[in-house]
Ligand binder design. Structure first.
Ligand SMILES: [Zn+2]
Length: 425
């Protein structure tokens, strides 16, 4: 058993005063956010006008590392489901498992334990709310792909806040069950302001939320995170909240560095919201990690000692959106040059012209390649890799997460920090 009697954060800028056991626990997962992503993000955010390289929120809160391997039946490279199962239950399972063991038996989750102790629970994510990571914190299923079953099972979780995308998985009959249970159901992001009490089911997109890079830096994840904190804080006994920057992984699978940096910025802004709350409340622990690394991102590539994040800062839309607009417009070269933020060479323009004739997907891939070449970004995979991920933490108990650990250890430490029994009101 891990002793929870370790007080405060190891980060010098977060005061280590406060209780030894947190009242509230916020878990934040950057899906696919291996160490190269936080490194790349630091240089992407660097102000080139100053000699100094400014720290990011990740640099401020770093405390340790975590291995991510799944149960041995699935080898060393995890998927989001097995990793989320580990983080939500403390047990390893097979790739695809949603908080069930390798015999497909349900494993008790952190959210279930929190509920049984009288804590409020919530999730705020940029994917569909029933995607692998949030699903493993809330329900059990033998496969992450059973989206309809997973959405249906959410009705029995009693979660107080459910915010993200996924309208297509919630049929009218299911929504009726939610409203009959007292949930406010909203679908427009602007409606979020009008919600002042739990419970809420906010589904703001058919599947995932828009790419941050195409969304005018509206920082929807930050707003959902702040709202979730405001609502869950109304429970005097405390809360457990899961926040996921889900789409870092999706951009990584596509080997799309400009879009990935937009998603990193979205996630970092949400972490800053939580960092602020942790500093003020002093009784809240935040633990931030990634479920795995995606894409084998390389900050510099092709034998050249350079990486040019300034190229990425000038990209004004995701390559798939640039491709949409370029295909719809006869003056496509002007459109591309404007949105990509630099003038492609004649050879690149010829390649883009050929790709444009083949359609959106070919043009999107060609645009990503050109952005990689100009920024000198490398990738080794369209899937996940097994490299360890970082752990960031602040607040009461944060020191527990220092050094090397396994993803199941993270869960077991969080379990050890929950109240020992339900507090009677
Ligand atoms: Zn993935």
């Amino acid at each position: 058993m891990i002793s929870p009697d370790v007080t405060g954060a190891s980060n010098t800028n977060v005061p280590s005063v406060g209780p030894s056991r947190p009242k509230n626990i916020i878990i934040m997962i950057g899906d696919g956010m291996g160490p190269a992503y936080t490194t790349a993000y630091r240089y992407y955010k660097d102000n080139p006008e100053t000699e100094e390289i400014e720290q990011t929120v990740f640099d401020r809160l770093l405390v340790g590392m975590s291995s991510t391997y799944p149960a041995s039946v699935s080898g060393y490279v995890t998927d989001s489901a097995a990793s989320a199962t580990a983080l939500a239950t403390g047990f390893k399972s097979y790739n695809g498992a949603i908080s069930v063991d390798i015999e497909k038996r349900p494993l008790p989750t952190l959210m279930e334990k929190a509920k049984s102790l009288g804590l409020a629970t919530g999730i705020a994510v940029t994917s569909q709310v029933n995607h692998a990571t949030p699903a493993a914190f809330l329900v059990h299923n033998e496969s992450r792909n059973n989206y309809i079953d997973i959405a249906q099972a959410y009705i029995d979780t009693d979660a107080d806040v459910i915010l993200g995308g996924g309208q297509q998985y919630f049929p009218a009959s299911l929504l009726t069950q939610f409203t009959e249970k007292g949930y406010q159901h909203i679908t427009e992001f602007t409606q979020l302001d009008s919600i002042t009490t739990p419970k809420v089911l906010g589904l703001f997109a058919d599947v995932q939320l828009p790419w941050a890079i195409n969304d005018n830096r509206s920082h929807k994840l930050s707003k959902m995170t702040q709202k979730a904190i405001d609502l869950l804080s109304q429970n005097q006994q405390g809360f457990v909240l899961l926040v996921e920057g889900s789409l870092i992984d999706w951009a990584g699978h596509s080997n799309d560095i400009a879009t990935a940096m937009g998603e990193m910025d979205e996630f970092a802004a949400a972490i800053e919201v939580v960092e602020q709350f942790v500093r003020q409340s002093k009784d809240t622990l935040v633990v931030i990690t990634a479920d795995h690394n995606t894409g084998g991102l390389s900050v510099g590539a092709n034998d050249k000692y350079e990486w040019k994040p300034e190229v990425l800062s000038r990209v004004k839309a995701s390559p798939d959106e640039i491709a949409n607009q370029a295909i719809a417009n006869e003056q496509w070269q002007t459109v591309v040059t404007e949105l990509i933020g630099f003038t492609p060479s004649d050879t690149e323009l010829t390649a883009l012209d050929n790709a444009r004739l083949q359609g959106n997907e070919a043009l999107t891939i060609a645009l990503r390649k050109i952005i990689d070449v100009h920024s000198n970004t490398g990738w080794t995979s369209g899937g996940h890799t097994a490299v360890d991920v970082q752990v960031f933490s602040a607040g009461p108990g944060a020191r527990l997460f220092g050094g090397h650990q396994d993803n199941t250890d993270i869960a077991n430490k969080v379990f050890s920090l929950l109240p020992e029994s339900a507090v009677k009101q």
